[in-house]
Write a protein that binds this ligand. Structure first.
Ligand SMILES: Nc1nc2c(ncn2[C@@H]2O[C@H](COP(=O)(O)OP(=O)(O)O)[C@@H](O)[C@H]2O)c(=O)[nH]1
Ligand SMILES: [Mg+2]
Length: 359
């Protein structure tokens, strides 16, 4: 039997085990179908019946893909920027030519102009270990930035790998690109499978274009310390930003608490002046305010988390405190000393504010 891969998720097609990746009923296989049953059901019913691919298996595929490639498009979710650039992943890319596609810009509120976003991203990228990274602001939903992305891809050689952490929109970006006239414009029979669940793409899948250009989708790298990777797939789907960012403004003084029940709590220890914390989310979970007295109750409320840890953070006005895979809060008017309660292992970052007037 000649090995064939699923066009949607890149898994090797097989007719033996319906509970494993790549399963396809035998009659469909012999008729030449190139889509596994899992991808068919994700596309038609929005249900992933097998679940995410294992992190170590993804890593093997990513490594293979990097070795194969002449250049890389690294896709990053602009709303979860720091989590999208893990040190280990940048090391894997090494000295390959790379273009960064900062995706999901449709979720950033209109008050933040593209120019502002660009300046902010430039500043942030200078802190990561990337030599003169080229980046493009894109939205796979609206098509923004795709002409520029397509142009840049032509400088990456003939074999271009799309990579990044899980759920940033790698498959969505590729899905839109392969339909563009610049790549031949042919309607493809199958497309890379896009889903709200992390871990959908299982293996590399190749898409061939005129003049020998090949674009390849790859499974997502599972970064350390993202809240969305520590909870059930149902809760992860809720937590991952999918709608336009909203913010709530909370006047905060010592002993106040802002929190997302069962997921995180930020406790004010000290504030210099009367200030506010702006809490941002683009997901299906909401921030709220309480007091330190109720800390334990809120952490335990309907929580999937069994182990918590606490970090002390100082936040200056117009700085964001971001919680990997969840959202962020931003200080205004006052500096704050905060105790942050998070599931054990979840990473925190501070950075210049993304939204609103800059320093
Ligand atoms: N709002 C918005 N959602 C996007 C965009 N790109 C991808 N998504 C959503 O993000 C989720 C993950 O997309 P997918 O392409 O499967 O990510 P992958 O795991 O990196 O391949 C899906 O729910 C997509 O619909 C975008 O530009 N804007
Ligand atoms: Mg994918």
């Amino acid at each position: 039997m000649v090995e064939r891969k699923c066009r949607g998720c890149g898994a090797l097609l097989q007719i033996i085990d319906a509970d494993k990746f790549g399963y396809i009923p035998e009659n469909q296989y012999t008729q030449g179908s190139q889509l596994c049953r899992r991808c068919f059901r994700i596309n038609h019913y929005g249900k992933d019946e097998i679940g995410p691919v294992q992190a170590d298996r993804s890593l093997d595929e990513i490594n293979m893909g990097i070795r194969w490639s002449t250049g890389v498009v690294l896709v990053v979710d602009i709303l979860d920027f720091e989590a999208g650039l893990p040190h280990e992943l940048l090391e894997l890319i090494g000295k390959k030519d790379v273009v960064l596609a900062l995706n999901k810009i449709d979720l950033v509120p209109d008050e933040t102009s593209l120019e502002e976003l660009k300046r902010w991203a430039e500043g942030r990228l200078s802190e990561f270990n990337l030599s003169a990274p080229k980046f493009i602001l894109v939205s796979a939903n609206t098509g923004h930035g795709f002409q520029q992305l397509a142009n840049e891809i032509r400088f990456l050689g003939k074999k271009v790998l799309f990579m990044g952490v899980t759920n940033v929109g790698k498959s969505s970006v590729l899905q839109r690109l392969i339909k563009m006239p610049i790549f031949g414009g042919q309607k493809q029979k199958n497309e890379p499978t896009v889903s709200p669940y992390p871990g959908t793409t299982v293996g590399m899948s190749h898409w061939e274009f005129p003049r020998g250009l090949i674009l390849a989708d790859s499974p997502g790298y599972v970064p350390q310390g993202r809240i969305s990777d520590l909870v059930s797939p149902e809760l992860a789907e809720k937590i991952i930003p999918h709608k336009k960012l909203t913010s709530h403004l909370y006047p905060i003084k010592p002993d106040d608490l802002i929190l997302i029940p069962g997921l995180c709590a930020i406790e004010c220890i000290e504030s210099k002046d009367e200030g506010v914390l702006l809490a941002f989310t683009g997901s299906g979970v909401a921030w709220q305010k309480s007091t330190t007295k109720h800390l334990e109750k809120w952490l335990q409320k309907d929580s999937e988390i069994s182990s918590w840890e606490q970090s002390f953070i100082e936040l200056q006005p117009r700085e964001d405190l971001t919680i990997s895979g969840l959202g962020w809060v931003s200080a205004r008017k006052s500096a704050y000393k905060l105790n942050v309660h998070l599931p054990t292992g979840v990473k925190l970052f501070t950075r210049p504010n993304l939204i609103g007037r800059k320093k």
